[in-house]
Design a protein around this ligand. Sequence first.
Ligand code: ADP
Length: 233
Amino acid sequence: MRSAVDNQASKRIVILLGLPGSGKGTLASLCTRELGWPQLSTGDLCRRHIAQGTEVGKSIDFAIKSGKLVSDSIISNMVFDWLIASFAGVDTVVFDGFPRTAEQAQLLNDFLTSKFPICKLELVKLEVPDQVVRNRIANRLICGNRDCQAGYSQVAGSSFCSKVANQCDRCGGVLKKRSDDNDLALDTRLKTYAEHEQRLLDILKVDDNEIVVLNGNRSIEEVFAEMKDALGV
Ligand code: ADP
């Protein structure tokens, strides 16, 4: 008989990689909506802690505002708690924003070996030119409701514009700018991403040819369709 969390059943984690603003969060939300894969967004989890004023939230607020990474142990503990709860009853989950450092990749490997030994990692990288992500982030707003955090664009005519100005289509929350969506913090985030990507891939032991690389500078529907083809879902 199967237990509620069947650690021995085969599991899959789809890990989305790519620069800030490359579309990982939007793609992860589509995976949840269309494929039923629970989505882990570490950025959303961090912002929720800050909005709730938890002890963790107070300790990470400054790092987030400045575009710096939160400590590996804080993030990893959040992720592992989430994973234990979310792998119950599903075989696939999607990660947006984890792992981001070699240390996190190692902690993830160790955690999976002990808790979910039959787990396959699929890596999907969204490639988008720097200038395009800069433009997207300069024009990005998110829903201020900490349980929603849906993303919107302020570019007139974009398919990501909210239907009513400054109001979230999903929950009616007021839209706001993210505290780290400014030039200074973004420079740090882009630099940090570039510094860590190869080292974390080395730890996960994936060769370039095992990563699904998608052109993220297209409509999200096209990106999603190509991702499903590549993963055979
Ligand atoms: P983006 O990818 O657009 O920079 P996210 O919403 O994924 O934005 O993350 C926002 C911030 O949350 C990061 O700049 C960092 O401070 C923190 N964060 C998110 N994921 C991690 C992680 N895996 N490790 C450390 N810090 C993280």
